[in-house]
Design a protein around this ligand. Sequence first.
Ligand code: SF4
Length: 96
Amino acid sequence: MDALYAAIVLGSIGLVLSILIGICGKFLITQKDDIVEEIYDLLPKINCGGCGNPSCMQMAEKILQGESIENCRPCSLENKQIISKKIEEIKKKHKK
Ligand code: SF4
């Protein structure tokens, strides 16, 4: 009987924790994906490979990791400034 009780308690704890981890993971991944998507929308989307990445989507991910937007020559000056501003805002948020 003790073993059954322990299994029920541990199973319940495991279920609750897995639900919490799932919810937190989805929220965090969605936030990151949204930022990458915002950066991607400002890139030329011509997948020229000039930045050393095979696609603009990969470049968007690399920019979020610290790669310079200046490596994308086809990107307009206006969009480069918007992307740089977004990255600065993200860095400021993480410093707080
Ligand atoms: S250089 Fe710019 S346009 Fe070309 S693949 Fe890289 S991000 Fe895309």
